[in-house]
Design a binder for this molecule. Structure first.
Ligand SMILES: C[S@@+](CC[C@H](N)C(=O)[O-])C[C@H]1O[C@@H](n2cnc3c(N)ncnc32)[C@H](O)[C@@H]1O
Length: 279
């Protein structure tokens, strides 16, 4: 996964961060709502990517607080740092490291947050045990993770449109590291409690996302075809298969176009937990 996020997987994220930010912004706001950050707090954003949530958290904790964004993708770390500097948020630090085993300051954070950055760990129990040690006793954890791919129209609609033209992709086994590794809420609860977190609460978020934040079906097609997911589907297609797949995708997106762009149903888990006070 570290190698993947330093390869083509992060290209879309680093070249067009504003599209992902527009698509995921509302879900990030749910993380911030659940985290309940206050001025002066120390926050860790896991898998911070291009840093939108990191910067929003920094605004909430203010100059007396601090936010560390951690990510394995070199380009995204650099981009987050540039965005923090451009926003004059000196309380932000961005770290290139694997959150699964990085030696964070012990008990160093009041809150640990993530927007879709915690599903890629090779060993989730080891990772959340490491994060527990980074949390102060009584500290909070709040993150969003996707529910199963089959519960997410932003995945099923493009698949249904494109697969007849380009063939089905090889899917990873359920639970393997990847965007849908935490599709099963019972697994999340088990991972977190085994790692030592308490007060685990999992909220079922049913919403819609604007695909790539694009205003038109054409813009959404462009987004999907350049995203990791579209590149995986189109990877082995020849020119005519590619063209047929993109035409079908455009038609599918047209039927979901609303006044603010292409909106598709999305299902995520909003997860909160706490490090027990005595640990
Ligand atoms: C789906 S992206 C989300 C990025 C960002 N949180 C956002 O919402 O825009 C997942 C991010 O997690 C990072 N990531 C994956 N595995 C990681 C790990 N073990 N430690 C730190 N970051 C990781 C990836 O490099 C990527 O930037």
């Amino acid at each position: 996964m570290v190698a993947l996020w330093n390869s083509e997987a992060s290209m879309g994220w680093s070249s067009r961060p504003e599209m992902y930010d527009a698509m995921l912004g509302e879900l990030g706001e749910q993380v911030l709502r659940a985290a309940g950050l206050t001025a002066g707090e120390r926050v860790l954003d896991v898998g911070c990517g291009a840093g939108q949530l990191t910067l929003q958290a920094a605004q909430q904790v203010g100059p007396q607080g601090s936010v560390v964004g951690v990510d394995v993708a070199v380009e995204l770390v650099a981009l987050s740092a540039r965005r923090a500097a451009a926003a004059s948020l000196g309380q932000v630090d961005v770290l290139e490291a694997d959150a699964q085993d990085h030696a964070f300051p012990s008990s160093g954070f009041d809150a640990i947050i993530s927007r879709f950055g915690v599903m890629f760990f090779a060993d989730p129990i080891a990772a959340f045990t490491n994060l527990l040690g980074a949390s102060r006793p009584g500290g909070r954890l709040a993150f969003v993770a996707w529910q199963a791919a089959t519960s997410n129209e932003w995945v099923t609609v493009p698949i249904a449109a494109m697969v007849p033209h380009v063939g089905a992709p090889t899917l990873p086994p359920p639970g393997a590291p990847g965007p849908f590794a935490f599709g099963d809420a019972d697994r999340i609860r088990s991972v977190l409690t085994t790692a030592g977190w308490s007060d685990v609460a999992i909220e079922d978020l049913q919403t819609t996302v604007p695909v790539g934040g694009a205003r038109t079906a054409e813009g959404a097609v462009e987004f999907t075809s350049a995203d990791t997911f579209g590149r995986m589907l189109l990877g082995n297609a020849d020119a005519s298969q590619r063209s047929a797949a993109l035409t079908a995708l455009r038609q599918a997106y047209q039927t979901h176009t609303q006044s603010d762009g292409v909106r598709l149903n999305a299902a995520a888990w909003l997860v909160t937990a706490r490090r027990p006070a005595q640990r």
